[in-house]
Design a protein around this ligand. Sequence first.
Ligand SMILES: Cc1cc2nc3c(=O)[nH]c(=O)nc-3n(C[C@H](O)[C@H](O)[C@H](O)COP(=O)(O)OP(=O)(O)OC[C@H]3O[C@@H](n4cnc5c(N)ncnc54)[C@H](O)[C@@H]3O)c2cc1C
Length: 404
Amino acid sequence: MTEFIQELSDDQVELKNWVHGFAVDVIRPVAAEWDQREQTPWPVLEEAAKIGLYGFEILAEMSMNDPTGLSGPVLFEELFWGDAGIGMSILGSGLAAAGIAAAGTPQQVGEWVPQCYGSADDIKLGAFAASEPDAGSDVGGYRTRAIYDEATDEWVLNGTKSWITNGGIADVHVVVAVVDPDLGAKGQASFVVPPGTKGLSMGQKFSKHGIRASHTAEVVLDDVRIPGRCLLGSKEKLDARLARVREGKASDGQGAMQTFEATRPAVAAQAIGIARASYEYALQYAKEREAFGRPIIANQSIAFMLADMATEIDAARLLTHRASWLGKRKAFKNAEGSMAKLKAGRVAVWVTERSMQILGGYGYVTDHPVERWHRDAKIYDIFEGTEQIQQLVISRAISSMRIE
Ligand SMILES: Cc1cc2nc3c(=O)[nH]c(=O)nc-3n(C[C@H](O)[C@H](O)[C@H](O)COP(=O)(O)OP(=O)(O)OC[C@H]3O[C@@H](n4cnc5c(N)ncnc54)[C@H](O)[C@@H]3O)c2cc1C
């Protein structure tokens, strides 16, 4: 398949090969097993931590020493080519780290991001908790409350978060909560709930259609008291921002949306990794499987399907690399990050479904990984902004109008 490879630096090609090797040697051999077990694959996380693939250093290195913005999508595509559930387990703590980086002071980033990962000998997890049972896309509908207790300089959090990757098993939870209910999404702030804080517990653990090696659960916050310094950003800045919003002046935006915007091209790259895995498998199968005395790929209906799959994957990758490149320059014009995520999610679902078609009956059973890749792909139409929310963001950007 044609890669965007000529645009990658030597370091990025090395990164790609390194992650690919890990995916081949460590992830793929155990992917089916962890899908069935529906548990966090701790031994894989340990292996990843040993070689520096699980940890904040690689993310810091990527964001600081990569003027092109392409290192992230290159890494994510290879990791998720290995397996999406395991990939999400390796990356899940990065959602918390991104939430801290988006809203925290440099001191808070230095204090909390390393605690989301721990060390190779003592692995820790982070979780980013924004969505709630009654409000996912509707970020203005969150009900989890954060009330400041001036007497003790503590924040008190109450509410339930839902669908949280690493929820309840994480050491560090980043929680988006409502500070001023009259201001909708603009009245929210992000908080760090440190390890071992009383009142935070895991609710229901979800049994999922795909990415089953990644833990997803509710997080229940019952009179969770955290020190004032756990508000990401500062109280002074929060008060000033809320005052501006109350006066009808523009705000800087709020934690959850900043986090999602920054991570969309990375999420698109994950979907492309799944699509590419599935396409490669189907291509090989189509060359080997014979029907009516010839390889099935000798039929145009199969060969053209594969041609379309290759084209769609490359198109999604080009959009994704463009979005990452624009994101690095803070140069988004028409919600190109959302375009990449929208396209990549659809491509992953379509390509993995076509792969099953090419394998026929063998595509429908667990003897081959294509049914798993199809199950894994669907989440990319749903999380980090559904298909419809991406359309909403893009349509507003291109029209400069309030589309509902
Ligand atoms: C496996 C998994 C992991 C997740 N991990 C996390 C995590 O770590 N942290 C976190 O905070 N969240 C996480 N989520 C939550 C995820 O982001 C939400 O599920 C997603 O945002 C959709 O919200 P919802 O499920 O409430 O659907 P809803 O918002 O109720 O949407 C239902 C349907 O209505 C459509 N819809 C809603 N509003 C509109 C509109 N205005 N216009 C048109 N259509 C609309 C949607 O597109 C969708 O088709 C995770 C979810 C899953 C399934």
